[in-house]
Design a protein around this ligand. Structure first.
Ligand code: KG4
Ligand code: ZN
Length: 361
């Protein structure tokens, strides 16, 4: 089976072809970084227009790279939410148009489900597993029990982890998107011990007996340090030291919350999995310090850590095509061409089925 995936929920226009042998035949990602960089963040209206401008060429390029015709596709899978609604509609309508003209099934995919199922595309990991989803819009701990079967054990009470990276990077006068710039700046820190003593930062909810997150206190603390030094008088050393302290603290927060989730996972699923797996997904999981922190944690708990290759951590359409294939493999029906785009579409136990039913009319 061969599926075309389309992803336009944020600032990447992406199309990919994947087959059920877990082969990625093509994977085109067109980033809109330059369009949004001048504004220091993603502007929804600009994103939607840019998707509209490029979607056709991106899909054509994916078909060309995979060397296949529309008639050879078994289905078209498009992100139908959650995300910036104008952009979601562009990719969704393109997918529906191809499905209608080719008389092929249309699959409405939840963007978060794409991230959640990626480790099965890259490593064929079996259910159930624990997932830490850390992106620009979401920070959640989920149990992935099966396709469409997700339990949310923790979520952020305020900002998402990526948002906190982006806002802190902005306070430090770094470029957009903040995560990769902040990581690069932190790598320039020469005396890490000194950096940590210069810039003490809080670890919100540390030790709390649940899997929730909070990042606003961390962001405020970065702002206070920056204001004390003077926003426009920060030296390269100030920036590198503060970026380093921030990144280590972020890694500590994520490891602390995940350690609670691992303990809970072991007590609930203890005898169902030999060695439990913690999967990390979403753009922030590209951060090497965070990966290292979670590697140490999982070693301590005798848990396997699964990280997707960097290119499949951030938004892409291969994960959307794969989520479609997972559904096809289970013999699930196609969705209606009347399916409505969803700005919000949580991965909670009942939300999957009920949103799908409601939106299929
Ligand atoms: O999953 P993603 O590509 O898009 C969604 O939000 O769905 O994640 C984007 C987020 C941004 O906040 C970006 O700053 C962050 O991932 N990010 C990083 C790194 N690369 C991307 N954060 C920290 N370190 C990185 N290397
Ligand atoms: Zn994403």
């Amino acid at each position: 089976m061969i599926v075309l995936g389309i992803e336009t929920s944020c600032d990447e226009t992406a199309a990919a072809i994947v087959n059920n042998k877990r082969e990625i035949l093509s994977n085109i990602i067109l980033s809109q970084l330059e369009e949004h960089a001048v504004f220091g963040g993603v502007v929804p209206e600009i994103a939607a227009r840019a998707h509209l401008l490029h979607i056709e060429d991106v899909i054509k390029a994916a078909m060309y790279d995979a060397n296949i015709q529309f008639s050879q596709l078994d289905a078209i899978a498009a992100t139908c939410g959650p995300g910036l609604i104008g952009g979601v509609m562009v990719g969704m309508m393109a997918g529906k148009a191809i499905a209608a003209s080719q008389k092929k099934p249309f699959l409405a995919i939840n963007h978060l489900e794409g991230h959640a199922l990626t480790p099965r595309l890259t490593e064929n990991i079996s259910f159930p597993y624990l997932l830490l989803l850390i992106s620009g819009g979401h920070t959640q701990i989920l149990v992935v029990e099966g396709v469409g079967k997700y339990q949310r054990w923790g979520t952020t009470l305020d900002d998402a982890a990526g948002e906190c990276f982006d806002k802190s990077a902005k306070l430090l006068g770094l470029g957009f998107p903040g995560g990769p710039h902040l990581e690069k700046t932190a790598n320039a820190c020469l005396n890490t011990k000194e950096a940590l003593s210069r810039f003490p930062l809080p670890v919100p909810l540390k030790g709390r007996d649940n899997c929730d997150f909070s990042f606003s206190g961390l962001k405020t603390s970065v702002r206070n340090h920056v204001e004390k030094l003077g926003r426009y008088s920060l030296t390269q050393k100030d920036k590198a030291d503060l970026a380093y302290a921030f990144q280590i603290t972020m890694s500590e927060i994520l490891a602390d919350r995940c350690s609670k989730a691992i303990q809970r996972f072991k007590s609930v699923y203890g005898n169902k999995t030999e060695i439990p797996t913690l999967v990390i997904a979403g753009g922030v999981s590209a951060n090497l310090t965070i990966r290292e922190g979670l590697e140490n944690l999982t070693k301590q708990h005798n848990v396997q850590l699964s990280t997707a290759p960097l290119g499949l951590c951030t938004d892409n359409a291969a994960m959307i095509a794969w989520a479609g294939l997972e559904r096809l493999n289970l013999g699930r029906n196609s969705d209606s061409l009347a399916f409505k785009a969803l700005p919000r579409w949580p991965l909670d136990p009942n939300a999957q089925a009920s949103h799908r039913q409601k939106n299929n009319g």
